[in-house]
Design a protein around this ligand. Structure first.
Ligand code: FAD
Length: 467
């Protein structure tokens, strides 16, 4: 209706889609006089979520799963009718490549931190000196109180360099694709800081707080969900439930001006869209450009986002002469390899791959080796194949390969991120009331974190409009 309050969401990744879906739900249930529009720069929705179906395989170019223990993503999947398509990952041994050898990941570790002493004492991943240094965590005093510090500094201080470089770093940089010596502890794992402050030793703290696994012969429990037809089916299902007229695709928001009590959004098409309230669910650098007249947005100019690439390779099972019983491996920096991780996708997600075939997905682009992302496809595939052959003895060429590049895709929460974000938000509340930031650039990059932020944005918008 002409007098309806206008809500505009910028960005149609999972954050913006979540906000659109739950706003529409509230508007319908409460019969609110509001209209929602979602403006997406590209022709497709989903942002980083992109699935491929090819020759009987289903695989992902971007994220391949989401954590089961963070419930918002499974909740959204159920909301949009995909409950029966949720699948859990196949479990098995995971490995870590150190030097030239695959070592079993020691059991009882949480993000690389030991919660049981025995598996670490007998692990082949560390030298005796590395084990002794890591063991000092049990007797070291707690660190001084600090508003923030880097993940690297924190973990090196507690466990020494070897445990950090062979275990913690490969696991954490797999999530954030960043340099742990720059990443903020408080913006990524504030619970580790709190554990140290409360229990002094992280190992002791984790043993007290992480629920003990029951001793059983059953397999270890799955930690991740995906969707049988790929994660993009979640994007499609949300899109199908949005009312006609909600989506404006293939048009960017270039600039935002405050006009008295409302906002004018200048679109790439030259049109102007009016809004009473805005959810900015595009990356931080895009948000800064849209509001470049405000100096308080400058911290987002400085905030980096790293680039990664992954290569999916399909083989006939006969091509792999050295098979491992497990789901994949991460690569320690103390190895002469350019891949940073490899998922044995056919084992982690058995439904993704036809019988008798093998599907591998390898990442490249560690900090300091980001230029690999810009190399031509054939060169990236050669780099990956060279590394894989050393580990798995592969005798035939892949049946096909798919290279996926993600430029400036992984926002980096460097030390001080939370304080800088709070300052920007304080300014926005004063200067741009009704404009809200949400998404992977701000409070968590995992899919459930983005969905949580989309849901929080809904609450903020509704509170703003009803004030
Ligand atoms: P995006 O998906 O980036 O969406 C933002 C949207 O805004 C885009 O569609 C973009 O086109 C649009 N936009 C930009 N500028 C404008 C503008 N000016 N006007 C209008 N629209 C604009 N997470 C997990 O939980 N599990 C995983 O396994 C996992 N693996 C990952 C693997 C890779 C390779 C990558 C890149 C990420 C991975 N992540 C994973 C992280 C997760 O996928 C992302 O953090 C999340 O999907 C980001 O969602 P978003 O909506 O915040 O942003």
């Amino acid at each position: 209706m002409a007098n309806d309050k206008q809500i505009v969401i910028i960005g149609g990744g999972i954050t913006g889609l979540t906000a659109a879906y739950y706003l529409q739900k509230q508007i319908d249930e409460q019969q609110l006089p509001y209209q929602v529009r979602l403006v997406e720069a590209s022709d497709r929705l989903g942002g980083k979520i992109k699935s491929v179906k090819k020759d009987g395989y289903t695989f992902e170019r971007g994220p391949d799963s989401f954590l089961i223990r963070k419930p918002s993503a499974a909740k959204l999947a159920k909301e949009v009718g995909l409950e029966d398509q949720l699948i859990k990952n196949g479990t098995g041994q995971s490995y870590i490549l150190v030097g030239d050898k695959l070592h079993k990941m020691p059991s009882g570790s949480f993000m690389g931190i030991p919660t049981q002493v025995r598996p670490f004492l007998f692990s082949s991943v560390f030298s005796t000196k590395g084990k002794l240094t890591a063991g000092l965590d049990l007797i070291k005093p707690k660190g001084k109180q600090a508003s923030d510090q880097s993940l690297g500094l924190f973990f090196r201080r507690r466990f020494g360099d070897e445990l950090v470089e062979n275990l913690v770093e490969p696991l954490l940089s797999g999530i954030y694709a960043g340099d742990i010596d720059n990443l903020s502890l408080m913006a990524t794992f504030p619970n580790f800081y709190e554990l140290e402050q409360e229990h002094r030793s992280l190992v002791k703290g984790l043993r007290k707080t992480v629920p003990k696994k029951k001793k059983t012969k059953d397999k270890k429990p799955s930690m991740f969900y995906s969707l049988e037809n790929g994660l993009e089916s979640l994007v499609d299902a949300v899109e199908r439930r949005l009312k006609n007229g909600t989506l404006i695709k293939g048009v960017s928001v270039d600039h935002i001006e405050r006009k008295n009590e409302s906002y004018h959004l200048l679109l790439g098409s030259g049109e102007v869209l009016k809004a009473d309230t805005i959810v900015m669910a595009a990356p931080h650098f895009a948000a800064q450009r849209m509001l470049s007249q405000y100096d308080f947005m400058d911290p987002f100019k400085e905030m980096s986002a790293t680039s990664v690439a992954n290569v999916t390779l399909a083989f006939d099972a006969s091509a792999i002469k050295k098979d491992f019983n497990g789901t994949g491996f991460v690569v320690s920096r103390n190895s002469d390899y350019r891949i940073t991780a490899c998922t044995w996708t056919h084992k982690k997600w058995p439904k993704s791959t036809p019988d008798g075939k093998v599907l591998l997905r390898c990442y490249v682009g560690r900090p300091g080796d980001e230029q690999v992302v810009d190399l031509p496809d054939e060169t990236v595939v050669d780099i990956v194949m060279k590394d894989l052959k050393k580990i798995m003895d592969i005798t035939e060429a892949p049946e096909f390969t798919v290279v996926s590049r993600w430029k400036n895709a992984m926002p980096q929460y460097s030390v001080g991120h939370k304080d800088r974000l709070n300052q920007v938000r304080d300014h926005m509340r004063e200067t741009l009331p009704g404009v809200f930031l949400a998404g992977s650039s701000y409070e968590g990059i995992g899919i459930p974190d983005c969905i949580d932020q989309g849901e929080e944005a809904v609450d903020k918008v509704l509170a703003f409009l009803s004030a």
